[in-house]
Design a protein around this ligand. Structure first.
Ligand SMILES: Nc1nc2c(ncn2[C@@H]2O[C@H](COP(=O)(O)OP(=O)(O)OP(=O)(O)O)[C@@H](O)[C@H]2O)c(=O)[nH]1
Length: 613
Protein backbone atom coordinates (compact mmCIF):
# COMPACT_ATOMS: atom_id res chain seq x y z
CA UNK A 1 0.00 0.00 0.00
CA UNK A 2 1.33 3.41 -0.87
CA UNK A 3 1.74 5.90 1.98
CA UNK A 4 3.42 9.12 2.77
CA UNK A 5 6.01 9.29 5.47
CA UNK A 6 8.04 12.15 6.82
CA UNK A 7 11.66 11.88 7.62
CA UNK A 8 14.43 14.29 8.27
CA UNK A 9 15.49 13.70 4.67
CA UNK A 10 12.17 14.68 3.27
CA UNK A 11 8.81 13.31 2.29
CA UNK A 12 8.86 9.70 1.10
CA UNK A 13 6.42 7.51 -0.71
CA UNK A 14 6.90 4.02 0.53
CA UNK A 15 5.18 0.65 0.43
CA UNK A 16 4.28 -1.21 3.54
CA UNK A 17 2.62 -4.52 4.05
CA UNK A 18 0.14 -2.94 6.45
CA UNK A 19 -0.88 0.52 7.49
CA UNK A 20 1.20 1.65 10.44
CA UNK A 21 0.72 5.36 10.88
CA UNK A 22 2.82 6.49 13.84
CA UNK A 23 0.94 9.07 15.89
CA UNK A 24 3.83 11.56 15.58
CA UNK A 25 3.72 11.32 11.79
CA UNK A 26 0.01 12.05 11.69
CA UNK A 27 0.47 14.96 14.06
CA UNK A 28 3.34 16.42 12.06
CA UNK A 29 1.42 16.10 8.81
CA UNK A 30 -1.63 17.83 10.31
CA UNK A 31 0.38 20.62 11.91
CA UNK A 32 2.26 21.45 8.74
CA UNK A 33 -0.85 21.28 6.55
CA UNK A 34 -2.75 23.61 8.92
CA UNK A 35 0.21 25.97 9.12
CA UNK A 36 0.54 26.15 5.34
CA UNK A 37 -3.19 26.76 5.03
CA UNK A 38 -2.98 29.55 7.60
CA UNK A 39 -0.10 31.20 5.76
CA UNK A 40 -2.06 31.14 2.53
CA UNK A 41 -5.23 32.54 4.19
CA UNK A 42 -3.36 35.28 6.07
CA UNK A 43 -1.44 36.28 2.96
CA UNK A 44 -4.62 36.50 0.89
CA UNK A 45 -6.44 38.56 3.55
CA UNK A 46 -3.47 40.86 4.01
CA UNK A 47 -3.07 41.39 0.25
CA UNK A 48 -6.74 42.28 -0.07
CA UNK A 49 -6.60 44.68 2.89
CA UNK A 50 -3.60 46.53 1.52
CA UNK A 51 -5.10 46.63 -1.96
CA UNK A 52 -8.26 48.12 -0.43
CA UNK A 53 -6.25 50.72 1.45
CA UNK A 54 -4.39 51.70 -1.68
CA UNK A 55 -7.62 51.89 -3.64
CA UNK A 56 -9.36 54.13 -1.10
CA UNK A 57 -6.34 56.33 -0.82
CA UNK A 58 -5.37 56.85 -4.38
CA UNK A 59 -7.68 55.42 -6.92
CA UNK A 60 -11.19 56.42 -5.86
CA UNK A 61 -12.78 59.36 -7.63
CA UNK A 62 -11.96 62.58 -5.80
CA UNK A 63 -15.54 63.51 -5.10
CA UNK A 64 -16.14 60.23 -3.27
CA UNK A 65 -13.25 60.52 -0.90
CA UNK A 66 -14.11 61.05 2.74
CA UNK A 67 -11.86 61.63 5.71
CA UNK A 68 -11.05 58.31 7.33
CA UNK A 69 -11.61 59.24 10.94
CA UNK A 70 -13.14 62.34 12.52
CA UNK A 71 -12.60 63.04 16.17
CA UNK A 72 -15.62 63.63 18.32
CA UNK A 73 -16.01 66.97 20.08
CA UNK A 74 -18.61 65.56 22.43
CA UNK A 75 -16.23 63.06 24.00
CA UNK A 76 -12.95 63.57 25.81
CA UNK A 77 -9.90 62.96 23.64
CA UNK A 78 -8.79 59.35 24.08
CA UNK A 79 -5.28 59.79 25.44
CA UNK A 80 -4.74 56.01 25.30
CA UNK A 81 -5.08 55.99 21.54
CA UNK A 82 -1.48 55.64 20.42
CA UNK A 83 -2.42 56.59 16.86
CA UNK A 84 -3.29 60.15 17.91
CA UNK A 85 -0.86 62.98 17.28
CA UNK A 86 -0.68 66.22 19.27
CA UNK A 87 0.36 69.80 18.54
CA UNK A 88 0.71 72.84 20.82
CA UNK A 89 0.37 76.44 19.68
CA UNK A 90 0.71 79.49 21.92
CA UNK A 91 -0.79 82.73 20.63
CA UNK A 92 1.14 85.57 22.26
CA UNK A 93 -1.26 88.41 21.56
CA UNK A 94 -1.21 92.02 22.69
CA UNK A 95 -3.75 91.44 25.46
CA UNK A 96 -2.52 88.05 26.69
CA UNK A 97 -1.10 84.67 25.74
CA UNK A 98 -3.20 81.60 25.18
CA UNK A 99 -2.15 77.99 24.70
CA UNK A 100 -4.15 75.66 22.47
CA UNK A 101 -3.63 71.90 22.35
CA UNK A 102 -4.62 70.24 19.09
CA UNK A 103 -4.94 66.60 18.20
CA UNK A 104 -5.31 64.62 14.98
CA UNK A 105 -5.68 60.96 14.03
CA UNK A 106 -3.32 59.09 11.73
CA UNK A 107 -3.53 60.52 8.21
CA UNK A 108 -5.46 58.42 5.71
CA UNK A 109 -2.60 58.40 3.22
CA UNK A 110 -4.81 60.12 0.66
CA UNK A 111 -2.69 62.96 -0.67
CA UNK A 112 -5.86 64.92 -1.33
CA UNK A 113 -6.81 65.13 2.34
CA UNK A 114 -5.44 67.48 4.94
CA UNK A 115 -4.74 66.39 8.49
CA UNK A 116 -7.99 66.28 10.50
CA UNK A 117 -6.78 68.62 13.23
CA UNK A 118 -9.18 69.36 16.10
CA UNK A 119 -8.88 71.01 19.46
CA UNK A 120 -8.15 68.52 22.24
CA UNK A 121 -11.12 67.96 24.59
CA UNK A 122 -10.48 67.34 28.29
CA UNK A 123 -12.43 64.98 30.56
CA UNK A 124 -14.88 67.77 31.47
CA UNK A 125 -15.61 68.13 27.75
CA UNK A 126 -13.84 71.52 27.60
CA UNK A 127 -11.34 72.42 24.87
CA UNK A 128 -7.79 72.24 26.21
CA UNK A 129 -6.84 75.92 26.22
CA UNK A 130 -5.63 78.39 28.85
CA UNK A 131 -5.03 82.14 28.84
CA UNK A 132 -2.72 84.31 30.93
CA UNK A 133 -2.59 88.10 31.06
CA UNK A 134 -0.98 90.53 30.33
CA UNK A 135 0.69 89.98 26.95
CA UNK A 136 4.25 88.73 26.35
CA UNK A 137 5.11 92.19 24.99
CA UNK A 138 5.02 93.59 28.53
CA UNK A 139 8.36 91.79 29.03
CA UNK A 140 10.12 94.14 26.61
CA UNK A 141 12.36 95.48 29.40
CA UNK A 142 12.69 92.22 31.36
CA UNK A 143 13.26 89.65 28.62
CA UNK A 144 15.00 87.19 30.93
CA UNK A 145 11.63 86.58 32.66
CA UNK A 146 9.81 85.68 29.45
CA UNK A 147 10.23 81.92 29.77
CA UNK A 148 9.01 82.01 33.38
CA UNK A 149 5.93 83.82 32.13
CA UNK A 150 5.22 81.18 29.44
CA UNK A 151 6.00 78.11 31.59
CA UNK A 152 2.56 77.74 33.24
CA UNK A 153 0.99 77.49 29.79
CA UNK A 154 3.40 74.78 28.72
CA UNK A 155 3.01 72.93 31.99
CA UNK A 156 -0.74 72.95 31.40
CA UNK A 157 -0.28 71.55 27.87
CA UNK A 158 2.30 68.97 29.03
CA UNK A 159 -0.08 67.72 31.74
CA UNK A 160 -2.75 67.04 29.14
CA UNK A 161 -0.62 65.28 26.53
CA UNK A 162 0.58 61.72 27.29
CA UNK A 163 4.27 61.96 28.17
CA UNK A 164 5.20 59.26 25.64
CA UNK A 165 3.98 61.67 22.95
CA UNK A 166 5.87 64.80 24.06
CA UNK A 167 8.94 64.16 21.92
CA UNK A 168 6.96 64.01 18.69
CA UNK A 169 4.58 66.89 19.59
CA UNK A 170 5.43 70.10 17.73
CA UNK A 171 5.29 73.27 19.83
CA UNK A 172 4.88 76.71 18.24
CA UNK A 173 5.08 79.97 20.16
CA UNK A 174 3.86 82.66 17.81
CA UNK A 175 3.59 86.30 18.78
CA UNK A 176 1.43 88.94 17.12
CA UNK A 177 0.69 92.67 17.27
CA UNK A 178 1.89 93.42 20.81
CA UNK A 179 5.36 92.06 20.07
CA UNK A 180 5.40 93.69 16.64
CA UNK A 181 5.17 97.04 18.39
CA UNK A 182 8.41 96.41 20.36
CA UNK A 183 11.85 97.31 19.02
CA UNK A 184 13.76 94.61 17.17
CA UNK A 185 16.30 94.19 19.98
CA UNK A 186 13.51 93.76 22.55
CA UNK A 187 11.85 91.14 20.34
CA UNK A 188 15.15 89.28 19.84
CA UNK A 189 15.89 89.25 23.58
CA UNK A 190 12.47 87.80 24.44
CA UNK A 191 12.57 85.16 21.70
CA UNK A 192 16.12 84.07 22.64
CA UNK A 193 15.11 83.66 26.25
CA UNK A 194 12.26 81.36 25.18
CA UNK A 195 14.43 79.40 22.74
CA UNK A 196 17.15 78.75 25.29
CA UNK A 197 15.15 78.13 28.46
CA UNK A 198 12.02 76.25 27.45
CA UNK A 199 13.67 73.11 25.96
CA UNK A 200 15.29 72.58 29.38
CA UNK A 201 11.90 72.09 30.98
CA UNK A 202 9.81 70.53 28.24
CA UNK A 203 10.41 67.72 25.82
CA UNK A 204 8.29 69.01 22.95
CA UNK A 205 9.48 69.20 19.34
CA UNK A 206 10.82 72.72 19.37
CA UNK A 207 12.90 74.03 16.45
CA UNK A 208 14.50 77.44 16.03
CA UNK A 209 11.64 78.70 13.83
CA UNK A 210 8.99 77.37 16.21
CA UNK A 211 9.17 80.58 18.21
CA UNK A 212 8.76 83.79 16.28
CA UNK A 213 6.92 87.06 15.85
CA UNK A 214 4.69 86.36 12.88
CA UNK A 215 3.79 89.08 10.41
CA UNK A 216 0.27 90.43 10.24
CA UNK A 217 0.06 88.89 6.79
CA UNK A 218 0.83 85.43 8.21
CA UNK A 219 -1.72 85.99 10.97
CA UNK A 220 -4.34 86.87 8.35
CA UNK A 221 -3.55 83.83 6.20
CA UNK A 222 -3.66 81.53 9.22
CA UNK A 223 -7.06 82.92 10.23
CA UNK A 224 -8.27 82.44 6.64
CA UNK A 225 -7.02 78.84 6.60
CA UNK A 226 -8.57 78.11 10.02
CA UNK A 227 -12.02 79.36 9.06
CA UNK A 228 -12.14 77.69 5.65
CA UNK A 229 -10.88 74.43 7.13
CA UNK A 230 -13.50 74.54 9.90
CA UNK A 231 -16.23 75.20 7.33
CA UNK A 232 -15.03 72.25 5.22
CA UNK A 233 -14.15 74.47 2.26
CA UNK A 234 -10.96 72.50 1.64
CA UNK A 235 -12.84 69.18 1.37
CA UNK A 236 -13.47 67.67 -2.04
CA UNK A 237 -16.68 65.75 -1.50
CA UNK A 238 -20.16 65.98 -3.05
CA UNK A 239 -21.05 69.63 -3.31
CA UNK A 240 -24.67 69.12 -4.22
CA UNK A 241 -25.04 67.47 -0.82
CA UNK A 242 -23.17 70.09 1.18
CA UNK A 243 -24.80 72.93 -0.74
CA UNK A 244 -21.55 74.87 -0.92
CA UNK A 245 -21.19 76.92 -4.09
CA UNK A 246 -18.34 75.96 -6.38
CA UNK A 247 -15.88 78.24 -8.01
CA UNK A 248 -14.01 77.61 -11.19
CA UNK A 249 -10.30 77.44 -10.90
CA UNK A 250 -7.71 78.53 -13.40
CA UNK A 251 -5.16 75.80 -13.67
CA UNK A 252 -1.60 76.75 -14.51
CA UNK A 253 -0.31 75.34 -17.85
CA UNK A 254 -3.70 73.93 -18.69
CA UNK A 255 -4.49 73.36 -22.34
CA UNK A 256 -7.69 74.86 -23.76
CA UNK A 257 -9.10 71.39 -24.36
CA UNK A 258 -8.86 70.28 -20.76
CA UNK A 259 -11.91 70.29 -18.49
CA UNK A 260 -12.49 73.26 -16.19
CA UNK A 261 -11.54 72.51 -12.61
CA UNK A 262 -13.98 73.31 -9.82
CA UNK A 263 -13.61 73.42 -6.09
CA UNK A 264 -15.55 74.82 -3.15
CA UNK A 265 -15.80 78.57 -2.88
CA UNK A 266 -13.84 79.85 0.10
CA UNK A 267 -14.91 82.55 2.57
CA UNK A 268 -13.14 85.77 3.49
CA UNK A 269 -12.17 86.72 7.03
CA UNK A 270 -11.66 89.86 9.08
CA UNK A 271 -9.74 89.28 12.28
CA UNK A 272 -9.69 92.19 14.71
CA UNK A 273 -7.47 91.64 17.74
CA UNK A 274 -6.44 94.09 20.42
CA UNK A 275 -3.47 95.43 18.44
CA UNK A 276 -4.08 94.83 14.74
CA UNK A 277 -6.74 93.95 12.22
CA UNK A 278 -6.37 91.60 9.25
CA UNK A 279 -8.51 91.05 6.19
CA UNK A 280 -8.03 88.08 3.83
CA UNK A 281 -10.03 86.71 0.91
CA UNK A 282 -9.35 84.60 -2.15
CA UNK A 283 -8.81 86.44 -5.41
CA UNK A 284 -8.64 85.28 -9.01
CA UNK A 285 -6.56 88.16 -10.32
CA UNK A 286 -2.84 88.14 -9.90
CA UNK A 287 -2.27 91.81 -10.88
CA UNK A 288 -2.12 92.76 -7.21
CA UNK A 289 1.05 93.88 -5.52
CA UNK A 290 3.02 90.91 -4.21
CA UNK A 291 3.05 92.48 -0.76
CA UNK A 292 -0.73 92.12 -0.60
CA UNK A 293 -0.91 88.57 -1.91
CA UNK A 294 -0.22 85.20 -0.37
CA UNK A 295 0.05 82.25 -2.73
CA UNK A 296 0.44 78.93 -0.98
CA UNK A 297 -0.15 75.23 -1.25
CA UNK A 298 -1.78 73.58 1.74
CA UNK A 299 -1.32 70.10 0.30
CA UNK A 300 1.70 67.98 1.06
CA UNK A 301 2.68 67.56 -2.58
CA UNK A 302 3.95 70.42 -4.72
CA UNK A 303 1.79 69.27 -7.62
CA UNK A 304 -1.40 69.51 -5.54
CA UNK A 305 -3.53 72.07 -7.35
CA UNK A 306 -6.62 71.43 -5.24
CA UNK A 307 -5.01 73.08 -2.25
CA UNK A 308 -3.18 75.90 -3.99
CA UNK A 309 -4.72 79.25 -3.13
CA UNK A 310 -4.15 82.89 -3.99
CA UNK A 311 -5.32 85.11 -1.16
CA UNK A 312 -5.40 88.87 -0.83
CA UNK A 313 -4.26 89.61 2.70
CA UNK A 314 -3.36 92.76 4.53
CA UNK A 315 -2.87 93.86 8.09
CA UNK A 316 -3.20 97.19 9.87
CA UNK A 317 -1.07 97.56 12.97
CA UNK A 318 -2.62 99.90 15.51
CA UNK A 319 -6.12 99.21 14.17
CA UNK A 320 -7.00 96.53 16.71
CA UNK A 321 -9.69 97.66 19.15
CA UNK A 322 -7.40 98.36 22.14
CA UNK A 323 -4.69 100.02 20.06
CA UNK A 324 -7.36 102.14 18.37
CA UNK A 325 -8.65 103.23 21.77
CA UNK A 326 -5.13 104.34 22.78
CA UNK A 327 -4.76 106.32 19.55
CA UNK A 328 -8.19 107.83 20.10
CA UNK A 329 -7.39 108.92 23.67
CA UNK A 330 -4.18 110.51 22.48
CA UNK A 331 -6.10 112.40 19.81
CA UNK A 332 -8.71 113.47 22.38
CA UNK A 333 -6.11 114.83 24.79
CA UNK A 334 -4.13 116.54 22.02
CA UNK A 335 -7.23 118.27 20.67
CA UNK A 336 -8.31 119.41 24.13
CA UNK A 337 -4.90 120.77 25.06
CA UNK A 338 -4.55 122.43 21.67
CA UNK A 339 -7.96 124.14 21.81
CA UNK A 340 -7.91 125.05 25.50
CA UNK A 341 -7.71 128.76 26.38
CA UNK A 342 -4.12 129.99 26.43
CA UNK A 343 -2.57 130.19 29.83
CA UNK A 344 -4.71 127.43 31.29
CA UNK A 345 -2.50 124.75 32.92
CA UNK A 346 -3.17 121.09 32.10
CA UNK A 347 -4.14 120.34 35.68
CA UNK A 348 -6.83 123.01 35.52
CA UNK A 349 -8.49 121.51 32.41
CA UNK A 350 -12.08 120.42 32.93
CA UNK A 351 -12.76 116.68 32.26
CA UNK A 352 -12.50 115.93 28.55
CA UNK A 353 -15.88 114.98 27.06
CA UNK A 354 -15.87 111.63 25.27
CA UNK A 355 -18.98 110.52 23.32
CA UNK A 356 -17.42 107.01 23.05
CA UNK A 357 -17.85 106.30 26.77
CA UNK A 358 -21.26 105.56 28.34
CA UNK A 359 -23.04 108.57 29.80
CA UNK A 360 -21.56 109.88 33.06
CA UNK A 361 -18.68 107.43 33.08
CA UNK A 362 -15.43 108.84 34.44
CA UNK A 363 -12.08 107.61 33.29
CA UNK A 364 -8.46 108.68 33.54
CA UNK A 365 -5.99 108.70 30.68
CA UNK A 366 -2.23 108.88 31.13
CA UNK A 367 -0.40 110.70 28.41
CA UNK A 368 3.21 111.90 28.49
CA UNK A 369 3.37 111.19 32.23
CA UNK A 370 0.28 113.32 32.93
CA UNK A 371 -3.18 112.17 33.90
CA UNK A 372 -6.29 113.57 32.22
CA UNK A 373 -9.85 113.16 33.39
CA UNK A 374 -12.36 111.93 30.79
CA UNK A 375 -16.13 112.14 31.11
CA UNK A 376 -18.51 110.02 29.02
CA UNK A 377 -21.35 111.62 27.09
CA UNK A 378 -22.56 108.42 25.42
CA UNK A 379 -23.33 109.42 21.86
CA UNK A 380 -22.76 106.61 19.36
CA UNK A 381 -23.10 108.64 16.16
CA UNK A 382 -20.88 111.45 17.44
CA UNK A 383 -18.35 108.85 18.56
CA UNK A 384 -18.20 107.38 15.04
CA UNK A 385 -17.73 110.85 13.61
CA UNK A 386 -14.94 111.63 16.08
CA UNK A 387 -12.96 108.52 15.28
CA UNK A 388 -13.13 108.91 11.51
CA UNK A 389 -9.68 110.49 11.38
CA UNK A 390 -8.16 107.36 12.91
CA UNK A 391 -9.01 105.35 9.79
CA UNK A 392 -6.56 107.43 7.76
CA UNK A 393 -8.78 107.12 4.71
CA UNK A 394 -7.43 110.38 3.33
CA UNK A 395 -3.96 108.91 2.77
CA UNK A 396 -3.32 108.99 -1.03
CA UNK A 397 -4.39 105.74 -2.67
CA UNK A 398 -1.62 104.18 -4.81
CA UNK A 399 -4.04 101.97 -6.69
CA UNK A 400 -7.83 102.30 -6.62
CA UNK A 401 -9.84 101.16 -4.77
CA UNK A 402 -8.30 101.56 -1.33
CA UNK A 403 -9.42 100.64 2.17
CA UNK A 404 -7.57 102.06 5.18
CA UNK A 405 -4.33 103.96 5.22
CA UNK A 406 -4.09 104.24 1.42
CA UNK A 407 -3.79 100.46 0.99
CA UNK A 408 -5.25 98.89 -2.16
CA UNK A 409 -8.13 96.48 -1.65
CA UNK A 410 -9.45 94.64 -4.73
CA UNK A 411 -13.18 94.78 -5.44
CA UNK A 412 -15.26 92.34 -3.45
CA UNK A 413 -18.23 90.69 -5.10
CA UNK A 414 -20.88 91.46 -2.49
CA UNK A 415 -23.45 89.21 -4.17
CA UNK A 416 -21.43 86.01 -4.01
CA UNK A 417 -18.97 86.48 -1.21
CA UNK A 418 -19.20 85.41 2.43
CA UNK A 419 -17.14 86.96 5.23
CA UNK A 420 -16.48 85.92 8.80
CA UNK A 421 -15.36 88.21 11.63
CA UNK A 422 -13.08 86.92 14.38
CA UNK A 423 -12.07 87.97 17.89
CA UNK A 424 -13.28 91.55 18.55
CA UNK A 425 -16.04 91.12 15.99
CA UNK A 426 -17.33 88.16 17.94
CA UNK A 427 -16.75 89.53 21.46
CA UNK A 428 -18.24 92.93 20.60
CA UNK A 429 -21.37 91.44 19.07
CA UNK A 430 -21.84 88.62 21.56
CA UNK A 431 -20.51 89.45 25.03
CA UNK A 432 -22.91 92.30 25.76
CA UNK A 433 -25.26 92.67 22.79
CA UNK A 434 -25.84 88.91 22.46
CA UNK A 435 -26.21 89.13 18.73
CA UNK A 436 -23.12 87.13 17.76
CA UNK A 437 -23.54 85.34 14.44
CA UNK A 438 -25.17 86.81 11.33
CA UNK A 439 -24.54 90.54 11.24
CA UNK A 440 -27.35 92.97 10.58
CA UNK A 441 -26.40 96.64 10.34
CA UNK A 442 -29.68 98.08 11.66
CA UNK A 443 -29.88 95.68 14.57
CA UNK A 444 -26.24 96.34 15.52
CA UNK A 445 -26.65 100.12 15.28
CA UNK A 446 -29.73 100.00 17.45
CA UNK A 447 -27.99 97.96 20.18
CA UNK A 448 -24.85 100.11 20.09
CA UNK A 449 -26.78 103.43 20.28
CA UNK A 450 -28.79 102.10 23.20
CA UNK A 451 -25.68 100.92 25.05
CA UNK A 452 -23.72 104.16 24.57
CA UNK A 453 -26.66 106.25 25.77
CA UNK A 454 -27.08 104.17 28.95
CA UNK A 455 -25.97 105.73 32.23
CA UNK A 456 -22.76 104.22 33.56
CA UNK A 457 -24.37 103.65 36.98
CA UNK A 458 -26.99 101.41 35.29
CA UNK A 459 -24.37 99.50 33.33
CA UNK A 460 -22.24 99.04 36.44
CA UNK A 461 -25.27 97.71 38.25
CA UNK A 462 -25.87 95.15 35.46
CA UNK A 463 -22.24 94.19 35.58
CA UNK A 464 -22.24 93.72 39.36
CA UNK A 465 -25.36 91.60 39.12
CA UNK A 466 -23.46 89.44 36.60
CA UNK A 467 -26.16 89.85 33.99
CA UNK A 468 -23.50 89.55 31.26
CA UNK A 469 -21.23 86.76 32.47
CA UNK A 470 -19.13 86.68 29.30
CA UNK A 471 -18.06 90.31 29.64
CA UNK A 472 -15.40 91.61 32.00
CA UNK A 473 -15.27 95.18 33.33
CA UNK A 474 -12.90 96.30 30.58
CA UNK A 475 -15.45 95.19 28.00
CA UNK A 476 -18.24 97.07 29.81
CA UNK A 477 -16.21 100.27 29.97
CA UNK A 478 -15.16 100.24 26.32
CA UNK A 479 -18.04 98.43 24.65
CA UNK A 480 -19.39 101.72 23.29
CA UNK A 481 -16.01 102.61 21.78
CA UNK A 482 -15.38 99.10 20.48
CA UNK A 483 -18.76 98.78 18.78
CA UNK A 484 -18.30 102.18 17.10
CA UNK A 485 -14.81 101.16 15.95
CA UNK A 486 -15.98 97.79 14.65
CA UNK A 487 -18.74 99.37 12.59
CA UNK A 488 -16.41 102.10 11.36
CA UNK A 489 -13.70 99.68 10.20
CA UNK A 490 -16.20 97.36 8.53
CA UNK A 491 -18.20 99.96 6.61
CA UNK A 492 -15.98 103.03 6.21
CA UNK A 493 -12.65 101.22 6.21
CA UNK A 494 -13.24 97.97 4.32
CA UNK A 495 -16.23 99.54 2.51
CA UNK A 496 -18.79 96.80 3.15
CA UNK A 497 -22.24 98.21 2.23
CA UNK A 498 -24.66 98.59 5.15
CA UNK A 499 -27.04 96.15 3.46
CA UNK A 500 -24.38 93.45 3.03
CA UNK A 501 -25.97 90.37 4.57
CA UNK A 502 -23.25 87.74 4.33
CA UNK A 503 -21.09 88.87 7.21
CA UNK A 504 -21.03 86.61 10.26
CA UNK A 505 -19.16 87.04 13.49
CA UNK A 506 -17.82 83.71 14.69
CA UNK A 507 -15.93 82.03 17.43
CA UNK A 508 -17.19 78.47 17.03
CA UNK A 509 -18.00 76.49 13.90
CA UNK A 510 -19.90 73.23 14.50
CA UNK A 511 -19.10 73.62 18.18
CA UNK A 512 -15.37 73.92 17.47
CA UNK A 513 -13.37 77.02 18.36
CA UNK A 514 -11.80 78.71 15.37
CA UNK A 515 -8.62 80.68 15.96
CA UNK A 516 -5.77 81.57 13.64
CA UNK A 517 -3.63 79.15 15.68
CA UNK A 518 -5.47 76.24 14.03
CA UNK A 519 -4.52 77.61 10.60
CA UNK A 520 -0.92 78.04 11.72
CA UNK A 521 -0.73 74.40 12.78
CA UNK A 522 -2.40 73.16 9.59
CA UNK A 523 0.01 75.13 7.47
CA UNK A 524 3.12 74.20 9.41
CA UNK A 525 2.29 70.48 9.53
CA UNK A 526 1.22 70.27 5.90
CA UNK A 527 4.06 67.86 5.01
CA UNK A 528 3.28 65.46 7.85
CA UNK A 529 0.97 63.25 5.72
CA UNK A 530 3.91 62.47 3.42
CA UNK A 531 5.11 59.70 5.75
CA UNK A 532 1.78 57.86 5.52
CA UNK A 533 1.57 58.43 1.78
CA UNK A 534 5.07 57.05 1.28
CA UNK A 535 4.16 53.99 3.34
CA UNK A 536 1.18 53.31 1.11
CA UNK A 537 3.23 53.90 -2.01
CA UNK A 538 5.73 51.37 -0.69
CA UNK A 539 2.98 48.84 -0.05
CA UNK A 540 1.57 49.39 -3.52
CA UNK A 541 4.85 48.41 -5.19
CA UNK A 542 5.95 45.76 -2.68
CA UNK A 543 3.46 42.91 -2.24
CA UNK A 544 3.10 41.77 1.36
CA UNK A 545 5.18 38.60 0.91
CA UNK A 546 8.11 40.68 -0.30
CA UNK A 547 8.19 43.56 2.08
CA UNK A 548 9.98 43.76 5.33
CA UNK A 549 6.75 44.82 7.01
CA UNK A 550 5.88 41.13 7.11
CA UNK A 551 7.37 41.49 10.57
CA UNK A 552 4.37 43.65 11.39
CA UNK A 553 2.06 40.70 10.77
CA UNK A 554 2.05 38.98 14.11
CA UNK A 555 -0.11 35.99 13.11
CA UNK A 556 2.18 35.16 10.22
CA UNK A 557 5.20 35.51 12.43
CA UNK A 558 3.78 33.17 15.09
CA UNK A 559 2.93 30.55 12.45
CA UNK A 560 6.42 30.67 10.97
CA UNK A 561 8.07 30.35 14.39
CA UNK A 562 5.74 27.45 15.20
CA UNK A 563 6.67 25.61 11.98
CA UNK A 564 10.37 26.10 12.57
CA UNK A 565 10.09 24.79 16.14
CA UNK A 566 8.01 21.81 14.97
CA UNK A 567 10.61 20.93 12.31
CA UNK A 568 13.48 21.25 14.79
CA UNK A 569 11.55 19.07 17.30
CA UNK A 570 10.89 16.38 14.71
CA UNK A 571 14.47 16.49 13.53
CA UNK A 572 15.85 16.02 17.05
CA UNK A 573 13.44 13.17 17.72
CA UNK A 574 14.49 11.50 14.50
CA UNK A 575 18.18 11.89 15.22
CA UNK A 576 17.76 10.33 18.66
CA UNK A 577 16.01 7.27 17.18
CA UNK A 578 18.71 6.91 14.55
CA UNK A 579 21.40 7.11 17.22
CA UNK A 580 19.69 4.33 19.21
CA UNK A 581 19.45 2.08 16.11
CA UNK A 582 23.03 2.77 15.08
CA UNK A 583 24.25 1.92 18.56
CA UNK A 584 22.28 -1.38 18.43
CA UNK A 585 23.30 -2.37 14.94
CA UNK A 586 26.97 -1.59 15.46
CA UNK A 587 26.95 -4.69 17.68
CA UNK A 588 25.75 -6.84 14.61
CA UNK A 589 28.63 -6.54 12.16
CA UNK A 590 27.08 -8.72 9.43
CA UNK A 591 24.07 -6.51 9.12
CA UNK A 592 24.18 -3.59 6.75
CA UNK A 593 21.30 -1.33 6.09
CA UNK A 594 20.33 2.04 4.94
CA UNK A 595 17.31 3.31 6.78
CA UNK A 596 15.59 6.53 6.08
CA UNK A 597 11.97 5.91 7.07
CA UNK A 598 10.38 5.31 10.41
CA UNK A 599 9.20 1.85 9.23
CA UNK A 600 12.74 0.80 8.66
CA UNK A 601 13.68 2.20 12.05
CA UNK A 602 10.91 0.26 13.76
CA UNK A 603 11.96 -2.82 11.80
CA UNK A 604 15.55 -2.30 12.96
CA UNK A 605 14.47 -1.96 16.56
CA UNK A 606 12.44 -5.21 16.26
CA UNK A 607 15.48 -7.04 14.78
CA UNK A 608 17.60 -5.63 17.59
CA UNK A 609 15.13 -6.77 20.23
CA UNK A 610 14.92 -10.35 18.77
CA UNK A 611 18.70 -10.57 18.59
CA UNK A 612 19.24 -9.67 22.20
CA UNK A 613 16.17 -11.29 23.76
N1 LIG B 1 -15.16 87.69 26.31
C1 LIG B 1 -13.93 87.48 25.91
N2 LIG B 1 -13.22 88.50 25.42
C2 LIG B 1 -11.95 88.25 25.02
C3 LIG B 1 -11.38 86.97 25.14
N3 LIG B 1 -10.13 87.02 24.66
C4 LIG B 1 -9.93 88.28 24.28
N4 LIG B 1 -11.03 89.04 24.50
C5 LIG B 1 -11.22 90.43 24.16
O1 LIG B 1 -10.83 90.66 22.83
C6 LIG B 1 -9.83 91.66 22.74
C7 LIG B 1 -8.84 91.21 21.69
O2 LIG B 1 -8.21 90.07 22.18
P1 LIG B 1 -7.60 88.98 21.21
O3 LIG B 1 -8.54 88.64 20.16
O4 LIG B 1 -7.08 87.92 22.09
O5 LIG B 1 -6.46 89.80 20.52
P2 LIG B 1 -4.91 89.82 20.81
O6 LIG B 1 -4.37 88.51 20.42
O7 LIG B 1 -4.64 90.29 22.18
O8 LIG B 1 -4.49 90.95 19.80
P3 LIG B 1 -3.49 90.93 18.57
O9 LIG B 1 -2.15 90.88 19.17
O10 LIG B 1 -3.82 92.18 17.84
O11 LIG B 1 -3.78 89.72 17.75
C8 LIG B 1 -9.26 91.78 24.15
O12 LIG B 1 -8.97 93.10 24.48
C9 LIG B 1 -10.39 91.33 25.02
O13 LIG B 1 -11.21 92.43 25.33
C10 LIG B 1 -12.18 85.91 25.67
O14 LIG B 1 -11.78 84.77 25.77
N5 LIG B 1 -13.44 86.23 26.03
Amino acid sequence: MARISLSCRGWQLSCAPHINWGSSKVLATCVISIALLCIIVVTVIETRRIQNEINTADASPRHLRVPRKKLSITEPTDVNDMDLHYGVVIDCGSSGSRVYVYVWPKHSGNSNELLQIEQMIDKDLKPVSKKIEPGLSTYGDKASEASEYIRPLLKYAADHIPSSKHKETPLYILATAGMRMLTESQQTAILSDLRVDLPMYFDFLFGENHVEVITGKQEGVYAWIAMNFALGRFDHNEDEVSGTPLSKMELPNEGSSSKPHYRKRTVGIIDMGGGSVQIAFEVERSDISKSLLAEFNLGCQDSDIDHTYRVYVTTFLGYGANAARSRYEKMLVNNTVFYSPTGMGESELPPIKDPCLPEEMEDTVSFKNKDYKIYGTGNYLKCKLNMHKLLNTSVPCQKEPCSLNGVHQPDINYHYSEFYGFSEFWYTMEDVFRIGGKYNFDQFEHKAKEYCASKWSTLEDWFNKKLYPKADQHRFKYQCFKSSWMSKVLHDGFKFPHEYNSFTSASLVDGKEVQWTLGALLYRTRYYPLREIQQLEFQRYHPPWHRSSILDNHILLVIIVFIILAIIGLYIRRMRKLAVIRAGLSRVPSMSYFMVGEDQMEQGIKIERTMYS
